[in-house]
Write a protein that binds this ligand. Sequence first.
Ligand code: RAM
Length: 375
Amino acid sequence: MFSNSRSRLSLKVGALFAATALALTACGGDDAATPDPADTAAETAAESMEETTEETAEETQEGEEQGASDLTITFIPKQLNNPYTDVVLGGGETGAEEAGFAEWNIVGPLDASASSQVSFINAETQAATDVIVIAANDPDAVCSALNEARDGGASIVAFDSDANPDCRDVFISQVVAEDVAKIQVEMIAEQIGGSGDIAILSATANATNQNEWIKFMEEELASNPDYADINLVAKVYGDDDDTKSFQEAQGLLQAHPDLKGIISPTTVGIAATARYLSTSEYKGEVALTGLGLPNEMRSFVKDETVSEFALWDPAQLGYVAAYAGKALADGTISGEVGDTFSAGEMGEREVGENGIVIVGPPVRFNADNIDEYDF
Ligand code: RAM
């Protein structure tokens, strides 16, 4: 079991988002004659983060003077050895500290299989942790363990990948699931010229977030007349394992030599597929898009293996999740529709239908803007 435990430290408030806000603002650029809606939304988010930075720093100082609570929070990601997870948890730790938790921990499995998180949840129940924040590898496999933790008094925040709503209080979702599905279909359609065979290379077959996005992608392909000439011919799973994802990409091209494009809605999958394509005969012939980390994808955009992909700022997801956990634990919210809570630099947040809190819009990354992002 890998774990990482910290208690309250004097981290510089606002440092987390300063770089991102700067980068997002810079992305507005001079060529904003016909702004991309995603970019515009990102600018707005950046502006609102900048505006609230000073205020938050003051609030936190006051909080420290009054003394920290004794609340504890533990983050259980899908898996620990995932660069995306590292960025999410960096935001989570900053949020936990700012929100006033006395202690925060990170524990989790090295693989994203369905039941791999259960023993970690049980250990948190034993330790009487106040808030468990989990990215569920399977919506149901974690359920009875989470409900036992709840019976013991814990608040449960799902983030990134939802647990069954019966066993969590809120779900912090990076984006509206339908939007992130549509943006990926739109990008692949643009990149293959509107017709041809495509495939999806996903993470694990049981991941709630992946399956929801894939469902919306399939619906969009089937219902939008713009995509009538695009055929989804395969769905494969790299399990968010770099080697398996690389092999699945290779296998896809062997099995479907006429493939025009691949959507990989996972940071691990898209990076591994890009690596495969970049040295193969398919480079420049087979389009690749999906969800990736700019820092992992930069070289593949520069060498023209990939023209455009999307993501959100993963740190914001962990940050808002920590604040939601605090609001649940101190009774500010119960997870009902319309509940609102303060998420520090990310402003006031509202709980929507099905207990879902949306963090921010997806942003498209390409050769014109990728150097402006650092995560
Ligand atoms: C991978 C994971 C994660 C997903 C991102 C986009 O790292 O599957 O759950 O949200 O990609």
